[in-house]
Design a protein around this ligand. Structure first.
Ligand SMILES: [Zn+2]
Length: 354
């Protein structure tokens, strides 16, 4: 049976070339590369999936979850960087930060946007792993549009739609980007569903890393439940500062955020059980699934040890909730297995929702 889930695609998502990243001050190759999206698409097409072209959407969907200043920075960062001459002197052909408004630096004064182009990046970027190059804005805009197009399909009656896109987005907060992410595609899709009349939306993040972006964006919201299963940041894993079980939301959002941190080495049994636990309290009229598959045993970016069968089982649990579901691609970095892992998860959802 061909995969019955439409997959949303844009060639523009390939235009972002990180060109490596900087980790503990050292340039490293990085693995959030354009080929990720291509290998996933090719496996899904071979499985018979119907491809839907990404439709352009207005900025208002972005601005519903992100600060206008962040969106404007991302849109203009590369042009400002080249105008400042940095690709020639000192020879840095990506926009990267070097100074950050650390809370203990700025203390009582509100941090203001620095005048220097060299310093401005640190006002928005929270790490050095997330470079901006010539095609980055077009790609990140296309990624958001792909998530919104998948949301349109679901609003139009599709049970499940999948945005096959990159760069990922789940680490981005309202005003800061990082973790190889620039705009929070899943959060944008969730708010878009809310703004089109879906009363309650649940964001379920099964990427190997904590979905800190949606947690932060919807922290005080009662209408968007956020849930994430991930490798325990307290055991030494990105995003290090967030993702603990005691983070449950505040104000009207108290009890509306659920984190399930797992020990490094957790395999199918523990992980699938955690996904089931994660879904138990979800009271939502529609779901957005932040589908990272970097919890896979083969993946270089996490110590979890989930198999394709584990992703299929998680997919079945998600599908069995019977909710209209927008699936957005997040992490997953082993090019040899990436496509088959995503296929397993989507097939599970398809089966589970029958
Ligand atoms: Zn991840």
């Amino acid at each position: 049976m061909p995969l019955g889930i439409p997959i949303v695609w844009s060639d523009r998502c390939l235009l972002h070339e990180p060109g490596g990243e900087v980790w503990i001050g050292v340039p490293i190759p990085g693995d959030e590369v354009p080929a990720r999206a291509v290998v996933i698409r090719d496996v899904l097409v071979a499985a018979g999936a119907h491809v839907v072209e990404t439709q352009a959407h207005g900025d208002e969907a972005l601005l519903a979850v992100h600060d206008a200043a962040l969106v404007d920075f991302l849109r203009t960062a590369w042009d400002r960087w080249t105008a400042a001459g940095f690709p020639d002197d000192p020879g840095q052909n990506r926009v990267v930060p070097y100074i950050f408004p650390h809370p203990a630096l700025v203390e009582a004064s509100a941090a203001t946007i620095p005048a220097a182009t060299s310093a401005r990046t640190g006002f928005y970027a929270f790490d050095t792993m997330t470079p901006i190059g010539a095609g980055t804005w077009e790609a990140i805009r296309a990624a958001a549009d792909a998530a919104l197009t998948a949301a349109d399909l679901v609003l139009g009656g599709a049970r499940i739609a999948y945005a096959c896109t990159r760069p990922p987005g789940h680490h981005v907060t309202r005003g800061a980007y990082g973790g190889s992410c620039y705009l929070n595609n899943a959060a944008i899709a969730a708010q878009y569903l809310r703004d089109r009349g879906v009363p309650r939306v649940g964001i379920v993040d099964i990427d190997a890393h904590h979905g800190n972006g949606a947690q932060s964006i919807f922290w005080e919201r009662a209408d968007v439940f956020t849930a994430s299963v991930h490798v325990d940041p307290a055991a030494g894993w990105f995003p290090h500062f967030l993702g603990l079980a005691e983070e449950t939301g505040s104000g009207e959002g108290t009890g509306m955020n659920l984190n399930l941190p797992l020990a490094p080495g957790t395999g199918d049994d523990g992980w699938v059980e955690a996904v089931e636990t994660l879904l138990t309290p979800v009271q939502a009229d529609a779901l957005v699934v932040a589908l990272g598959v970097d919890a896979a045993e083969e993946d270089p970016e996490s110590p979890l040890r989930v198999s394709a069968a584990g992703f299929r089982a998680a997919g079945r649990l998600l599908g069995a909730l019977g909710r209209p579901t927008v699936v957005v691609q997040e992490g997953g970095y082993d090019l040899a297995t990436l496509g088959s892992l995503v296929l397993a998860a989507l097939e599970g959802m398809d089966e589970g929702s029958d």
